[in-house]
Design a binder for this molecule. Structure first.
Ligand SMILES: [Fe+2]
Ligand SMILES: [Fe+2]
Length: 253
């Protein structure tokens, strides 16, 4: 049976540092068959439209943020895990390259500030999937920022909307909500699709863009999926504010 760990929305350097370390420990200890990062691994605040013309834009921090992610997530993860890792394209991941195309098109070339280059994914043997990754029978992983996906206010609602649209089960991030919703149709319940939203791994107190009270209907979590042939069992592992969580009876703190 395959075990897959799926994580999303670390938004580094706004990540929950302890959750990041605990997760790396879990991956080292449990050696899953695969790790899938659903995207928004970096925040890239400086190149966002919210920063246009503001002080943050002049922080010129894109490369620094990418290097921070390499230093505090990718390298330590790789230090104890040789298995397959895939990173999906995402709205925050696309930001630096989009910014260059929109605001400095004269400097455009194919390679500059592409997420896979910024994070040196080739050097670390990490696969990059810009849009969608079909990782198990009947299941696809997407980041969830693409056109045509209707946002729902409840956790799991956006993912089941996406699953309906694709006609297969979907695991996604992007909403920063954590939930699992299934829907069954067809004669005698012949077809069930499931939508999973993985939640986020941020330290909300660092997200200044949420306003002084940091109000957001977001949950911190990640995914642990078991795959046995065509049977796919999704689990969500909630992460506490102090970054700890329990997996298979073991506490990581
Ligand atoms: Fe995100
Ligand atoms: Fe996103």
């Amino acid at each position: 049976m395959k075990r897959i760990i799926l994580i999303s929305d670390l938004q580094m350097p706004l990540e929950n540092k302890r959750a990041n370390r605990n997760l790396i420990n879990l991956i080292h200890d449990s050696q899953p068959d695969e790790v899938i990062n659903i995207g928004d691994i970096n925040d890239y605040t400086a190149s966002g439209r919210w920063s246009a013309g503001k002080r943050a834009e002049y922080g010129m921090t894109v490369r620094q943020e990418a290097n921070y992610t390499i230093r505090t997530h990718i390298q330590p993860l790789r230090a104890g895990y040789d298995g397959p890792i895939t990173l999906l394209g995402s709205n925050h991941g696309e930001r630096p390259h989009k910014y260059l195309v929109d605001r400095a098109p004269a400097l455009y070339d194919e390679e500059s500030f592409r997420e896979d280059k910024l994070l040196r994914l080739d050097d670390f043997g990490i696969k990059f999937e810009p849009v969608r990754y079909d990782f198990a029978p009947g299941w696809s992983a997407i980041h969830g920022h693409g056109k045509g996906i209707n946002l729902a206010r409840y956790s799991g609602g956006t993912a089941i909307n996406a699953a309906r649209r694709y006609g297969r089960s979907i695991v996604m991030g992007h909403t920063h909500r954590a939930g699992i919703v299934s829907e069954t149709t067809g004669p005698a319940g012949s077809k069930t699709v499931t939508g999973v939203e993985l939640g986020h791994l941020m330290d909300i107190t660092k997200a200044a863009y949420l306003g002084p009270e940091r109000l957001a209907n977001w949950q911190s979590a990640f995914g642990l999926f078991y795959v046995d042939g065509t049977t796919v069992t999704p689990h969500l592992i909630p992460v506490s504010r102090n970054g700890s969580f329990i997996v298979e009876g073991e506490r990581y703190k």
